[in-house]
Design a protein around this ligand. Sequence first.
Ligand code: URA
Length: 444
Amino acid sequence: MRAVDIIMNKRSGKELSREEIQFLIGGYVAGEIPDYQVSAWAMAVFFQGLSPAETAALTELMLKSGTVMDLSGVPGPLVDKHSTGGVGDKTSLILAPLAASLGIRDPMMSGRALGHTGGTLDKLDSIPGYRTNLQAEEFKRLLLKDGFAMTGQTKDIVPADRLLYALRDVTGTVESIPLITASILSKKVAEGAEALVLDVKYGSGAFMKNPADAEKLARSMVDTGTAMGKKIIALLTDMDEPLGNKVGNFLEMEESLDCLEGRGPADLMEVSLELGARMALLGGKAANAAEGRRLCEEALAGGRPRDLFLANIKSQGGDPEKFLALCGNYRSPCGAEIGAAEDGFISRIDAWKVGRAGVDLGVGRNRTEDPVSPTAGVQFHRKSGAAVKKGDSLMTVWAKDEAGLKAALPRLAEAVEYSKTAPAPRRLILKEIGLPAGGPEKTA
Ligand code: URA
């Protein structure tokens, strides 16, 4: 077999055999097939796609390129949530303790910020002392003790994805539905959860810019995950505007606590509760999503998820009292306000532009090795739908340094769009795909 033949077969739209995919992925991980051939293959996949059988084979072969987390001895239900990424998306930080309060264990393995999207690990790392590099034994111990634990992927989990994702990132091949499916699902299956709720985002701040592409991605992931024996539900959710009022590493930890204390912004609460409802359903705690949502609301009102959130900070090396004292105060000294540019209504705040400005501020990064700032970010005082007068404060901005602030301010001002009449309310949750037991699909 030769890599060039596999590339040409895919280039002309032929279906690859499992053996051909194994030859390519196995050879790449072993260092026998060079980056340039795998880049060419990824570009061929970008244009020609993969069949469901090829996608399933790629996912399984990527999974087998490394080790699988052994969670034996940790009683279930083990349910995780994964988002395809966005701006201000902090639902993992809310859902892990919320699910744990319902008796569900969430083995949460997360990633770092890249490009305009934020990363859960960078948010957690903004808490002084917090450790996100747990070894397998400690991860299991904390899962048993607190019901959830938060860590990064260890080096031996899906090494094929680490190599392939870095290559895709610099070759314009990230936004491919089968490659995203294989990348996300190989890691999620390796992490040991029995069931998975997927938050598939659409809009300017998401990989998938429109609902139709997001739906194709959701179906691809649900079909592949189901074929691999996982219980899986996907929600299509809006990422055209940042989620919540705070974007930034520590700022988002703070806003997660706000949600757990019942003071969270409405859009973030809504998406979190609907995702939490599906975690309760897949974890066998509720007969349907409505009951799952009610359980989540009752749990939040009782305060247990907040206690678990603070307990996790302590378990992973932080100091909950110091964290609480930093809330509202831990900000970069380099800040500014942005006011409304005109009278009228805010019709939209472009998530992509905010995320891009976040890279200038120090919230995100362009290259995996770049540092991020814990104390940079944006706090919105008004979002879409709000009536404004010219000059009203729209947001407070904090940057890692003056140069970052100078670069970000015009981008942030430009992210805000205005209308003379009130815009239609945003539809946060568009669709649910893949109920367990092959139930009918529902449109929200
Ligand atoms: N997140 C991943 O982990 N992989 C992708 O391909 C895209 C988003």
